[in-house]
Design a binder for this molecule. Sequence first.
Ligand code: NCD
Length: 380
Amino acid sequence: MPLGQEQETIDQKPIFNAEPFKGSFCGKDIISVEQFTLRKEIEVLFEVADRMKQSVEEGEIRKDLKGCGVALLFYQPSTRTFSSFSAAVQKLGASCQISIPDMESFSSAAKGESLKDTIEAIEQATAVDVIVLRHPEDSSSQEAAHFAKVPIINAGSGRLAHPTQAILDLYTIREELGRMDGLTVTMIGDLKNGRTIKSLAKLLTLGDGIRFNFISPPILRMPEEVNNYLRQKGAKVIEGNSEELRDVLGETDVLYVTRVQEEWFVHQAMREIKEALGEKAKIIGEDKLLEAAKILGEGYYQQAVEGYVIDLELLERAKEKMIVMHPLPRVGEIAYEVDDNPRAAYFRQMRNGLYTRMALLAAILGKAKIPFCSNNLSVV
Ligand code: NCD
């Protein structure tokens, strides 16, 4: 929705800068964690999430979203994000939920419809009050927010951002460790393609004295612009290879593990092949290019999976209070034997997604009885 400013236009797609919250969530888009400019805002949201948690645990029937409609439009696979938004909508008593978990094949996107037209169609056809969007393009949520009249919540955009995951992750850290300051956070895995770690790292800089260890194979390093952002915000950033995990484990408060995101390797290979071939790519044709990209992508993937596994033997080196987090799905990087260890926070982390998404939906729709105002943020 046009609450922020249109910044510039690239390839006919407007790039839209969502407004910072400035104390109020009501009517706002959630596009990226950079919108959180005040720590107090996230703390208030967490207090709302605490109240949602209490309601769920006590089986209270809430009616905050009575009369409201929410659309969930997912162009990429999802288990947790989709189902937790869906449950959050139901637990807040919304009157209408439009859930399309397979937009790529079941919506008119399969016929070539643009995101602009699809967003317009959903708004007109369903009269929903908020749209939750997951999409493979980095700029998808910004683009949708530019065209939509109702708020857009980014549920994962390309390789760039996953703000609601970052919110639930930070909520988990606060729950588990009782603080947001002075943390050493070690992130391991696909730091290049993962969107959760980029958003969480940025959000963590709302705390003071944050130190990051970014552990990955060289071809999956955190992009430099993210490192620069973190350093500008006062965080310390150290990068290392997977074998260095053992050295930093003893100082780590949060070990955030991610999977190698195989699905992006073919995209990257295709882009590189097209760039290298220039005009000749058109003569060769998409099918042949895709074949070549699959071979090159597989080569990249083999370089990237160097077999880091978090197991109980490794955890013996960790602080007693260290927590292990993962946005999930996992594909072998945390051994199942870790699941019953008290440090394994990844299942509790998932449940926190429900509470924080309930809080966000209620706050954005202005339906929970939570007064937000810029000078005196409080929850009643
Ligand atoms: C992540 C995502 O989709 O970015 N999953 C999630 O939302 N919990 C992480 C991943 O797919 O690896």
